[in-house]
Ligand binder design. Structure first.
Ligand code: ADP
Ligand code: MG
Length: 236
């Protein structure tokens, strides 16, 4: 067997749905811009995690992805680093609204994602605003007005701000649904659907989930276009 086959089998990686490129088994394989590789190196990481290895080449090809992997597998950078490359390709003005929207179930997780985006996107000068409930809107709206490349948000608060018409989605072209199963468990499906309806249809959509029940399959079928499904390990 080839080294790719050995890698996929060893890490229990499966990918189905169309042509699937070989995983990036090393950081050199990624071809990421030097300002991004610098931050990864600074963090002391030695190689991509299996979910990163298999989803990065797909994401860079603008494929829609549903990735099923357990907690701790490195999903955050799995989508954030392709998001940085996406931003670099688009060269949108953040004053005109975000280019990337990440939906996350809780304030705590959303804040962690923002921290990671600012840390790993520092050299690439990526800006990131966090929107969540349980805190006054005024500061969050002020931050939005200053312009941002990425919005990380809980669905409830983002939907409120959308309905107030305080965010411009016209240049959003990458949508990430992180912990999709948990967002559905928390009852966020109506807000998620309202948010997605405001995003231009010519977008790339990446969905991450730890489990694969029928509710998640249904929303994946509705929101993703011809996705590749990537599994790491056994999933229920
Ligand atoms: P998940 O979202 O899948 O639960 P996280 O994205 O939170 O996982 O990542 C778990 C931990 O692994 C984090 O501390 C993160 O910084 C770290 N990590 C991410 N990618 C790598 C890598 N390639 N090598 C080593 N550690 C990594
Ligand atoms: Mg996560």
């Amino acid at each position: 067997p080839s080294s790719v086959e050995v890698y996929l089998q060893k890490h229990e990686v499966t990918a189905t749905g169309g042509d699937v490129p070989a995983p990036f088994m090393t950081f050199e394989d990624t071809g990421f811009p030097p300002e991004i590789l610098r931050e990864i190196q600074f963090a002391g990481f030695t190689s991509p995690t299996p979910i990163q290895a298999q989803t990065w080449p797909l994401a860079l090809q603008n494929r829609d992805i549903v990735a099923i992997a357990k907690t701790g597998s490195g999903k955050t950078l799995g989508y954030l680093i392709p998001a940085f490359v996406h931003l670099k390709r688009r060269r949108n003005n953040p004053q005109n609204g975000p280019t990337v929207v990440v939906l996350s179930p809780t304030r705590e997780l959303a804040t962690q994602i923002q921290d990671e985006a600012l840390k790993f996107g520092r050299s690439a000068r990526v800006s990131c605003t966090c929107l969540y409930g349980g805190a006054p809107k005024v500061h969050q709206l002020k931050e939005l007005e200053r312009g941002t490349d990425i919005v990380v948000a809980t669905p409830g608060r983002l939907n409120d701000i959308l309905e107030m018409k305080r965010i411009d989605f016209r240049q959003v072209s990458l949508l990430v649904l992180d912990e999709a199963d948990r967002m559905l468990d928390m009852g966020f499906e109506p807000q998620i659907r309202k948010i997605v309806n405001e995003i231009p249809p010519q977008r790339q959509t990446l969905m991450y989930t730890a489990t694969w029940p029928k509710e998640v399959r249904k929303i994946a079928g509705d929101l993703l276009r011809n996705p590749v499904q990537v599994n790491i390990g056994n999933v229920d």
